[in-house]
Write a protein that binds this ligand. Structure first.
Ligand code: BES
Ligand code: MN
Ligand code: ZN
Length: 490
């Protein structure tokens, strides 16, 4: 998809040359400056009962009189928020699906100009989202469609903000695409080795330092917890460390840690069969930190970023770790593994301990960690945990700005009660109640040396059912969060 910026004031939209003109209309009245031709057409459509300035309403007109573009698409946003604008744009683009238009020009009308950059970003992201088709193991999947060029129409005063938003949208869009592509690939394709190769390829294309550690190196580091999860599988593990250096060496980096379970069978605590295939998405955290790294490397902010991925399969076998086994984590803490299906925290704890060596400004881990988080928050908001209020506020703000929202969850010490063990420093599960929180409490024990945030993306990383597939979340949230750290002068 080719994205362009085009200067056109609201009173000159009728003269824009494109195969389709899409007007995303905020509010319940038309701005007075709008083209007379366009205003008359819209009022007429409303009068005929074919269109309303109400959330979700959309109408396509062919060869409307006085409009240069042969197709006019009206998409009402209802509210003048970013979220409504994105939904309306997707409705508008939906009208062109399967039709002949190759070039669409889009104008957001009636939105506050403080939203310009975000609108431009969402313009790219919404279109990219609508355009994505998974084809790696299904080359016969229908092609995305004829639409190949999208122009954003903005007034001169909004041009510079729109340009920045467009660039940000393209970078985040590329990151989301990488994340979706990795996560959608089946477990026999997207192996730990594949994730390591993806990181290396990103390193080559974007000039990043990438290290991929194998089992021997992980043994040397003493990651007994990570090794315990990996030991049941014939697929070799990978511990991936990739760095973007955009600031002085001495500047403490932002560190992102991703859970990279390329297939989670549950291990000896085997999962039930229904929907077990979806556990190929259990590397969604890893995919999203890789995608974020890509977006950041393209935008080149002045900061240092380290991305860490602990990748392996969780499988049952004669060599697999068993319920009741006690392992020693890299931190020295012993862990009683009461349920081998609570494996995400077991790979993340060692990755968190490894992160200490970077003397990080902040560490955020990202994981499809608990079914309990899906019960708590569904597919709308990711669960967010933070060791301090300022960090929680910036994660929350990043999510809102990216339309990739999260919700803060509690970390009261009482939630850790159930993790007590008679045979080790800590058990890897507590009772069923508050399962997302107890998982976070487990991780917190390994995150005492730095500011720490944790995103439980079990409900948001992928969709099931007919639309089964990776969402690419939370690449948007994470990229906004990382960029804001550059501005916040750590
Ligand atoms: N990868 C799963 C979490 C998950 C489950 C994500 C369903 C999305 C949908 C994780 O490794 C897991 O199995 N967690 C267990 C923990 C339990 C054994 C304490 C869970 O949530 O059931
Ligand atoms: Mn599991
Ligand atoms: Zn898992």
């Amino acid at each position: 998809m080719d994205f362009r910026l085009h200067n056109a004031s609201v009173d000159a939209l009728a003269a824009v040359a494109a195969d389709a003109l899409i007007l995303v209309l905020a509010g319940d009245s038309l701005p007075s400056k709008l083209d007379k031709e366009l205003a008359a057409l819209i009022k007429d459509a409303i009068k005929l009962g074919d269109f309303e300035l109400k959330d979700g309403k959309v109408l396509m007109l062919q060869r409307p009189v006085g409009v240069k573009a042969p197709r006019l698409v009206l998409a009402a946003a209802g509210k003048s928020t970013l979220k409504s604008a994105r939904a309306a744009l997707l409705n508008g683009l939906g009208q062109l699906k399967g039709r002949g238009a190759a070039h669409a020009a889009v104008a957001f009308i009636g939105f506050d100009s403080s939203l310009t950059a975000s609108l431009a970003e969402q313009f790219v992201l919404a279109a990219g989202d609508a355009d994505y088709v998974y084809r790696h193991t299904k080359p016969s999947a229908p092609a995305p469609g004829k639409l190949v060029k999208l122009s954003l129409l903005v007034s001169k005063t909004d041009a510079s903000a729109a340009k920045d938003g467009l660039a940000q949208g393209e970078a985040i869009g590329a990151g989301i695409e990488l994340a979706r592509e990795c996560a959608n690939r089946p477990g026999n394709h997207a192996t730990p080795t594949f994730l390591g190769e993806q990181a290396r390829a990103l390193g080559r294309s974007h000039g990043l330092k990438v290290e991929v550690l194998d089992k021997a190196a992980v043994e040397k580091l003493g990651m007994g917890s990570f090794l315990a999860v990996a030991q049941g599988s014939d697929e070799p593990l990978r511990f991936i460390v990739a760095r973007y250096d955009g600031a002085a060496k001495k500047q403490p980096p932002v560190v992102l840690v991703g859970k990279g379970i390329t297939f989670d069978s549950g291990g000896i605590s085997l999962k039930p069969g229904a929907e077990m295939d979806e556990m190929k998405f259990d590397m969604g955290g890893a995919a999203s930190v890789l995608g974020t790294l890509r977006a950041v490397a393209e935008l080149k902010p002045k900061l240092n970023l380290v991305v860490i991925i602990a990748a392996c399969e969780n499988m049952p076998s004669g060599r697999a770790v068993k319920p009741g086994d006690v392992v020693t984590s890299m931190s020295g803490q012993t862990i009683e593994i009461l349920n081998t299906d609570a494996e995400g925290r077991l790979v993340l704890c060692d990755a968190l301990t490894y992160a200490e060596r970077f003397k990080p400004a902040v560490v955020v881990d990202v994981a499809t960690l608990t079914g309990a988080c899906v019960i708590a928050l569904g597919a709308v908001r990711s669960g967010m945990y933070a060791s301090d209020d300022a960090l929680a506020a910036s994660l929350l703000a990043a999510g809102d700005k990216a339309l990739d929202p999260c919700w803060r969850m509690p970390l009261d010490d009482e939630y850790a009660e159930g993790l007590k063990s008679n045979f080790a420093d800590v058990a890897n599960i507590a009772s069923r109640a508050g399962g997302s929180v107890t998982a976070a409490k487990f991780l917190q024990r390994f995150a005492s040396k730095f500011r720490w945030g944790h995103l439980d993306i079990a409900g948001t990383a992928w969709k099931g059912g007919a639309a089964k597939g990776s969402t690419g979340r939370p690449v948007g949230l994470l990229t906004h969060f990382v960029l804001a750290q550059a501005d916040s002068d750590l």
